[in-house]
Design a protein around this ligand. Structure first.
Ligand SMILES: [Mg+2]
Length: 284
């Protein structure tokens, strides 16, 4: 009975702490880095190590340049067939992609909507875009251009806080393990997002596995691995579908939705407690 009362008190105390934090979060547009530091200090006082679950592409990582280079390579490899069917579009696309228009892609309200990008450069033929996308995708989902990926602003500093608190960071990405693992680890190390094999864990998708199924499987595995002196502290995603699953799996933790790129526009984003909607992880 005493144990139940103690647990009840402990849960209520933590809910109160989080509510205080969120009240501060929701009154400002800036990313609440100071509040996160305060919260980590409170965990430290209780000797609890934080666990973070982060998506990679368009959450921690900008892959716009990789995508542009993948389009460029797709055109080079498939130029005869593209030119035969869509000569004007092929010449026009070739010209833009060889100019490395990643800044243009990054500036779009939705970087995953390629039709928006093609519209900007004056190409409106949906068949051409569809065909070029199908040539681009296997290159984008390979190690080829991962070295040009960059970190979202503030991502390194945010993860550093978790590492300093003796925490774990789990990267859950629908990139393919078979074709992208080595390039991904090297890039995460180069960008200072991956610390070491005791604190950093990379979860990548199996061939043929549906993205959402993979994400849910990974969340389940991470949850099963949480030990007594650990606590899920912060989670982040850019796809509504994944964010909804992530926050159902890990409710009542700091939940970051990163704006800027949505693949599946048909899914409604759930509003959850302790939610932070942001473009990057910078306070000002
Ligand atoms: Mg993503």
């Amino acid at each position: 009975m005493l144990l139940i009362q103690f647990r009840y008190f402990w849960v209520m105390k933590n809910i109160a702490l989080i509510l205080t934090l969120i009240a501060q979060v929701t009154t400002s547009d800036a990313f609440p880095i100071q509040e996160i530091k305060d919260q980590l200090n409170q965990l430290k006082e209780r000797q609890i190590h934080p666990v973070a679950v982060f998506d990679l592409d368009e959450t921690l990582i900008h892959s716009a340049k990789r995508k542009i280079l993948s389009y460029d390579k797709a055109i080079s490899i498939n130029r005869p067939v593209l030119f035969q069917n869509w000569p004007e579009e092929t010449l026009s696309a070739d010209q833009y992609f060889s100019k490395k228009e990643d800044a243009l892609m990054l500036s779009l309200p939705n970087q995953y909507d390629s039709t928006l990008f093609f519209k900007k450069i004056g190409i409106q033929n949906a068949d051409f875009v569809k065909q070029l996308d199908s040539f681009m995708l296997p290159i984008y989902l390979s190690n080829d251009f991962i070295p040009v990926d960059t970190a979202n602003r503030g991502a390194v500093q945010l993860l550093e806080l978790v590492y300093q608190a003796k925490g774990e960071v789990h990267f859950v990405s629908s990139r393919y393990q078979s074709t992208q693992e080595s390039g991904t680890i090297k890039n995460l190390v180069d960008l200072h997002l991956y610390r070491n094999s005791r604190q950093s864990f990379l979860h990548l998708r199996n061939d043929g596995e549906r993205s959402l199924d993979f994400k849910v499987r990974s969340y389940s595995e991470i949850k099963a691995g949480i030990v007594a002196n650990q606590q899920i502290f912060i989670v982040a995603e850019n796809e509504p579908e994944n964010f909804n699953a992530l926050t159902q799996y890990f409710p009542n933790v700091l939940s970051i939705f990163v704006t800027g790129a949505i693949m599946n526009l048909g899914i409604k984003l759930n509003q959850v407690p302790f939610m932070i909607t942001t473009k990057n992880f910078i306070q000002d």
